[in-house]
Design a protein around this ligand. Sequence first.
Ligand code: GTP
Length: 245
Amino acid sequence: RKNVSKIPTGGEEFDELLDGGIETQTITELYGEYGSGKTQIAHQLAVNVQLPEEEGGLDSSAIYIDTENSFRPERIKQMAEGVGIDEEEALDNIFVARAYNSNHQMLLVEKAQELAKEQEEEEEGKQVKLLVIDSLTSHFRAEYVGRGALAERQQKLNKHLHEAIKFTNLFNAAALVTNQVQSNPDAFFGDPTRPIGGNILGHMATFRLYLRKSKGEKRIARLVDSPCLPEGEGVFTINKEGIRD
Ligand code: GTP
């Protein structure tokens, strides 16, 4: 892979864990229980990708596919202020699309390719270097219920992720997907950080980050199954300005 770039998360320790941030030409999966910070990190990366290169950004824009209506313009403004970029501009550089069901969500990733191509051709537009899918799995879980639907769900998800990978390769962009899992305190024997129902994304998410709550604003990110980086943990906080140490 050539010309890989990174988008910093805003937390120093978190970025160290990732050797600089999330990578282009790669899917990064954030998984964890509700409130563990998945959506906040997605918002922060959609802001940070816009930062000038001197400040660690890619001077680019983001496409944000929102499946649970959790995108918050006001939160983007706070985070933009936190890194010192114009709030309205920060919002303009995030193309938000609401996905109403899993088929629509899949279609939106194809549309994302068209939009990113248009941005490439436009002189004033910033190139798209981040594709967020928050949440990757919620519609699929709701629509494909029960054992009988498992194979089809998996097949659709695979196809969906292949489109996302294609996007990252076409535009040298990063993809960030979120996946809510219940923490499993009953898993005395298994690894409690393994999602119930197994690793549904398989080997396709190149970087997998397991997030868990700690005290107060503190969160812990654990890098799991990384191809080239050591496994490890990093602490970050979610405060008014966004993701920090
Ligand atoms: P689900 O979408 O429910 O799976 O959770 P998630 O993992 O996406 O959690 P999310 O990223 O929404 O994190 C929620 C947490 O972020 C809250 O519990 C707060 O601690 C923090 N948070 C959210 N919004 C704000 C905000 O505006 N200011 C501050 N300081 N913290 C916030």
